[in-house]
Design a protein around this ligand. Structure first.
Ligand SMILES: Cc1cc2nc3c(=O)[nH]c(=O)nc-3n(C[C@H](O)[C@H](O)[C@H](O)COP(=O)(O)OP(=O)(O)OC[C@H]3O[C@@H](n4cnc5c(N)ncnc54)[C@H](O)[C@@H]3O)c2cc1C
Length: 197
């Protein structure tokens, strides 16, 4: 089980503090597990200062028969649980590239172009959520306020409407692209559910 904090709120290695946080910050079941179950090991801490992406698709020169995948391409705030799924999707891009019988004497540019689609989607979801944190002060992308308004609406509606909840879950677990949340029909459904709430 993972507890997280931002800025000066840093979970430490102390087992009692870990249990306290599980009781205080999560629904009761999690606190019960942390209090009553036997720990599998010591509490381990991990600090992540930034999300980082390397845009290989913009390179003009790159060696043939060499690709990068997973965190070597982009790493995100781990609380959103995107890294392993991203790495799997990069592997899927590589499979697609190799099945297309490419000229292996040339750089794998079409692979990196496909990887960009995966990175852009994950980046959009995690950086938008990070920008909403109280200690973060930008820089905010163009249209940020509209996106924040729409996200708030969709999250609120997802508590009332099963279809909105399912679609949002598909996007946060990377089964669907974030653009699937922006179709007019979906936004109208979210608006209606939000109004009912
Ligand atoms: C605390 C935490 C929680 C996370 N939770 C989630 C989650 O819930 N869901 C999720 O999807 N993702 C999560 N992630 C992200 C996920 O772990 C990574 O995105 C994913 O492991 C990246 O896979 P990778 O193969 O690119 O890199 P890694 O898993 O880091 O693998 C790289 C490997 O290369 C080895 N290596 C490094 N340098 C060398 C070298 N010079 N020679 C040989 N070997 C080398 C390393 O030892 C390592 O085994 C979390 C990350 C952290 C830190």
């Amino acid at each position: 089980m993972l507890v997280s904090g931002y800025a000066d709120d840093r979970p430490g290695r102390d087992a009692d503090e870990y249990r306290e946080r599980c009781v205080r910050d999560f629904p009761a079941d999690f606190g019960d597990v942390a209090t009553n179950a036997e720990p599998a090991g010591e509490v381990a801490t991990y600090h992540q200062a930034d999300s980082r992406r390397r845009d290989f698709h913009t390179l003009r020169r790159f060696p043939a028969r060499l690709v990068a995948a997973g965190d070597a391409v982009a790493s995100f705030n781990p609380v959103y649980g995107q890294g392993m799924t991203s790495a799997m999707l990069h592997a899927s891009c590589l499979s697609e590239y190799l099945c297309g019988e490419p000229d292996l004497a040339k750089p794998a540019l079409s692979y990196f172009k496909d990887v960009k689609v995966v990175v852009d989607a994950a980046w959009q979801v995690s950086t938008m959520a990070d920008l909403a944190l109280p200690h973060v002060d930008g820089p905010y992308p163009r249209g940020y306020r509209a996106i924040q308004w729409a996200s708030g609406l969709i999250f609120k509606a997802s508590m009332r409407d099963r279809k909105v909840n399912l679609r949002l879950g598909e996007v946060t677990t990377m089964l669907a692209h974030p653009s699937s949340l922006t179709s007019p029909g979906f936004l109208l459904r979210a608006l209606a559910a939000g109004a009912r709430a």
